[in-house]
Ligand binder design. Structure first.
Ligand SMILES: O=C[C@H](O)[C@H](O)COP(=O)(O)O
Ligand SMILES: C=C(OP(=O)(O)O)C(=O)O
Ligand SMILES: [Mn+2]
Length: 487
């Protein structure tokens, strides 16, 4: 295989390209980004690798969640704390049911660029470039020309977001003594509130709880290897985005000595310092393409979106390219087939990966294969369909001697000033109907679960794990759970 450099991707064919009218302008922006400080550190990145290796050994569960597309305007105190609050609440519910530590990775602090099904769309009879995310162009149809300054703005919005997240987490926001700070006060459903309160009230009595939550993946080893954080904070939180804009990712890629006590002899590695975890999308994961070339050289743990169009042999070739040494914690496969297609593809993919001997974490994204258009023309997803893909995934994994290691969700904890959450997905315990979709549809790209719907999912998954600990069979557990939850 040819030599990898942070720019070797540029000689390969690239999917979902963005064409800038002024290349010199782009280059000067990239040169500036290249000298700005890292947003995350190699030690944090290595720490996540170790935690994801624990997910692969079924000793932890991964929650990957956040917006489909972040926007610069939504970079506010309220939005950030609402998002982190929802992720913390969700993970607390999972920990309670699964008695496992939860590794939290937000789609946050950099999730700005979007791949699209089509490069253009027609608005008011005019053909315009599609919106590709705030770091590329504007949602306003008159602002669709890609502007390199947006990449710089993305860096600073990511930095501001991450700074506030770090501040929140090191000043007690994640404290289990005040879980109500995570904004549950807005939740109208008495049943969700009751269920959440019974978990938080029971916490003090849960004898093995403190051993399993947050940072306690092993106190006896170093910070990078997943050990305790001491005074640095109470829970770990990692950031992620789809590494779509390779010019930006290259500018944020820096060479550092490899960290950790097991690195002998000392050597260097290339870290993408824009986020802890990067994933390659279902539209850009071509084995011989530019994105995979970029991904194969970075040290960060990576995600690969796996959809129905990926063949079994292609999947194992991809794994050989991005993880030739079969290193634990390096690859997370995020499956997103759609509820009606998961049974056609997942068993073959599991079989292929198992025979290849590649260590992976299997994560279910029940969102991206289940997008439909409502009668009024809005992109939406049905809660029941989302749960069906999750159930099928869990069941198929247990049939194939494998195990679901986590979930990847698009959700938001945002509330408006009157305390109402968004209305983008149908169903859930609040029974959101088609005619309510237009009330508060704020997503710039895909429909997200709102606060209540996200907690509905958390309770279903958590209760599943609780029953499973009693040795019930996957399918039977869900049959019992769904009566009241699935709408
Ligand atoms: O988030 C995923 C994709 O960017 C999104 O589903 C594409 O949406 P589109 O089909 O509207 O282009
Ligand atoms: C673009 C996305 O997903 P996929 O690549 O799986 O379509 C996404 O996760 O927002
Ligand atoms: Mn999406």
């Amino acid at each position: 295989m040819s030599t990898w450099t942070p720019s070797s991707w540029s000689s390969k064919p690239i999917a979902q390209p963005v064409e800038y009218p002024d290349q010199e302008h782009l280059n000067s922006v990239l040169a500036k980004i290249n000298i700005l400080p890292p947003l995350v550190t190699p030690a944090e990145i290595e720490r996540l690798r170790h935690q994801l290796a624990a997910v692969q050994r079924n000793e932890a569960f991964l929650l990957h969640a956040g917006d489909c597309a972040e926007s610069f305007d939504a970079c506010t105190q309220e939005n950030i704390s609402a998002k982190i609050g929802l992720i913390l609440s969700f993970s607390l519910i999972l920990i309670w049911g699964a008695h496992l530590p939860v590794v939290r990775i937000g789609r946050i602090a950099g999730q700005y660029a979007k791949p699209r099904s089509k490069p253009t769309e027609t608005i008011g009879g005019e053909q315009v470039l599609n919106f590709r995310g705030d770091n590329v162009n504007g949602l306003d149809p008159n602002d669709r020309t890609p502007d390199p300054e947006r990449l710089l703005s993305a860096y600073f919005h990511s930095a501001a977001t991450l700074n506030y997240i770090r501040g929140l987490l090191t000043s007690g926001f994640a404290s289990l003594h005040h879980p109500r700070d995570w904004s549950l006060s807005h939740v109208r459903s008495p049943s969700i509130r009751r269920k959440f309160e019974s978990i938080t009230e029971g916490l003090a009595d849960a004898l093995d709880f403190s051993r399993t939550i947050g940072s306690d993946l092993g106190r006896e080893c170093s910070y990078e290897r997943g050990g305790g954080r001491g005074v640095l904070g109470q829970v770990d939180f990692f950031t992620s985005h789809e590494a779509l804009m390779l010019d930006y990712e290259q500018a944020m890629t820096r060479k550092f000595p490899l960290t950790g006590e097991d690195v002998r002899p000392p050597s260097d590695g290339f870290y993408n310092t824009s986020a802890h975890f990067l994933w390659v999308g279902d539209r850009t994961r071509q084995v011989d393409g530019a994105h995979v070339e970029y991904f194969r050289g970075i040290r960060n743990p990576i995600g690969i979106k796996v959809g129905p169009s990926l063949g079994c042999e292609e999947l194992t070739r991809l794994l050989d390219v991005v993880n030739p040494d079969k290193e634990p914690g390096r690859v997370t496969l995020i499956t997103r087939y759609g509820a009606t297609k998961v049974r056609d593809h997942l068993p073959g993919h599991i079989q292929a990966v198992t025979s290849s001997g590649h260590p992976v974490a299997w994560i279910c994204d029940p969102m991206h294969g289940n997008t439909v258009t409502s009668a009024s023309g809005l992109k939406t997803r049905n809660f029941g369909t989302i749960i069906r893909e999750l159930i099928s995934c869990t069941t198929i994994h247990s049939e194939c001697g494998s195990r679901l290691g986590g979930v990847s969700l698009e959700f938001t904890g945002e509330f408006n000033e009157a305390g109402f959450s968004v209305t983008e997905c149908l169903g859930g315990s609040m029974e959101l109907s088609e005619d309510q979709l237009e009330l508060r549809y704020h997503s710039f790209c895909d429909p997200r679960l709102n606060f209540e719907q996200a907690l509905d999912v958390a309770f279903i998954v958590s209760n599943y794990f609780k029953e499973e600990r009693g040795n019930a069979r996957a399918e039977d557990i869900f049959k019992g759970l769904l009566g009241s939850e699935q709408k």
